[in-house]
Ligand binder design. Structure first.
Ligand SMILES: *Cc1c(COP(=O)(O)O)cnc(C)c1O
Length: 388
């Protein structure tokens, strides 16, 4: 059975071109980029080139790019590193809909005596910028707000937020993992201080990420050790991953138009056909400002997990808005923050597409969805009682 992969916000397929450029760096060009000899030095040259490729996609200077092991490390480094640079400031502002890579760090900070404020969102997942502005003060050490939500695709007004925060002399970090490669960025014209991205969300391998640190931003290193990354992130570089990420960034720039035209059209087709074919379904998120590849749809009265299992039988990969914690199904914190009713939050499915998806895959899924929903609603009207 062929796999139909609609779970690209969870991870992506490594692009063939990316895999190809990585291969020599395992068994042939395996030198340490920090070594003095020519053998290592040539590897160092490739790491430098990859840094330039990342910088080109972000519209920044290569010296502002720090390679990390993942998006999570970039987020932790940004938040903890910025706090360490201004130890007298004790307030942290974030949102209730952040990825756990940010939210868990902030909640841990709260346990360690920081004053953490989590901004709420409205029914469409939008922030109240007046509320944010009213909370900024001289005690605020950092504001960390994601660029786009991984579950709903809702895009926040990044530049407006960055301006508002940085004008007050406060450090601004954004988890941009979901927009890099999907929406154009130009950091040279932006006041954003810190920005995180992750390789495996844009067709590079797992285990490599980037923290962008705007020139002049004060930040303490998170990993201590050797002098790699200009002393800002110790640890021998993941050379194949870095070379792959460089290539993935180059490709992302090339496919950006495709993402916002063809992929977006596929998403729109999938979404409107599902809404039309399945009664009691609705979109979660801001339909105006949304990632081109993402749709999150709630189906009343059924469990997302049951839908996923049925989709899985057809080889279709998607994800649900619930997480199985301690044996009970908790609806997603993002949908709960948006006030999505309990019955709808439980039955939510996220489809996230990529440039590798085809119209045939979308058509096949459009054909199957109404059958799946009808069958599940017949099987049992009781949430949690559905077995497939
Ligand atoms: C995937 C993701 C992360 C984590 O990145 P990893 O490289 O998997 O650690 C952080 N934030 C968002 C919004 C994500 O989607």
């Amino acid at each position: 059975m062929k796999t139909i992969y609609f779970d690209n916000n969870a991870t992506t397929r490594v692009a063939d071109e990316v895999f190809e450029v990585m291969q020599p760096y395992f068994c042939e060009l395996y030198g340490n980029p920090s070594s003095m000899h020519t053998f290592g030095g040539q590897v160092g040259v490739r790491v430098r080139e990859a840094r330039e490729q990342v910088a080109a996609l972000l519209g920044c200077h290569p010296g502002e790019v720090i390679f990390t092991s993942c998006g999570t490390e970039a987020d932790s480094t940004a938040i903890l590193g910025a706090l360490a640079a201004v130890p007298h400031r004790r307030k942290v502002i974030t949102t209730r809909v952040e990825h756990p890579a940010v939210l868990t760090v902030c909640r841990d900070l709260e346990n360690r005596g920081y004053h953490v404020i989590e901004l709420g969102v409205d029914k469409q997942g939008r922030l109240d910028l007046d509320e944010l502005e009213s909370l900024l003060d001289d005690d605020t050490a950092i504001v960390t707000i994601m660029a786009a939500n991984n579950e709903t695709g809702t895009i926040f007004p990044l530049e407006k937020i960055a301006e508002m925060v940085t004008e007050r002399g406060i450090t601004f970090h954004t988890d941009a993992v979901q927009i890099v490669g999907k929406i154009p960025l130009n950091l040279s014209e932006s006041p954003i201080h810190l920005l995180s991205l992750s390789g495996h969300k844009l067709h590079a391998p797992k285990g490599v990420g980037v923290l962008y640190v705007r020139k002049g931003t004060r930040i303490a290193p998170f990993l201590l050790g050797g002098h790699q990354e200009g002393g800002r992130r110790a640890g021998t570089e993941n050379v194949p991953g870095i070379v792959g990420l460089g290539k993935a960034c180059e490709l992302a720039a090339r496919y950006m138009d495709d993402e916002n035209t063809r992929v977006k059209a596929l998403r729109d087709k999938l979404e409107s056909a599902i809404l039309a074919g399945c009664p009691d379904s609705r979109i979660n998120g801001d339909p105006e400002n949304r990632l081109p590849n993402t749709t999150n749809i709630s189906f009343e009265y059924i469990e997302g997990e049951a839908i996923l299992l049925m989709l899985d039988r057809f080889g279709i990969c998607a994800s649900s808005g619930s997480a199985c914690t301690s044996g009970s199904l908790e609806p997603s914190h993002v949908l709960r923050a948006m006030g999505v009713p309990f019955t709808a939050a439980h039955g939510s499915i996220r489809y996230s597409l990529s440039r590798y998806n085809t119209e045939d895959e979308v058509d096949f899924t459009i054909e199957k969805m109404p059958q799946i929903i009808e069958r599940l609603r017949e099987l049992s009207p009781f949430v949690g009682q559905v077995h497939v």
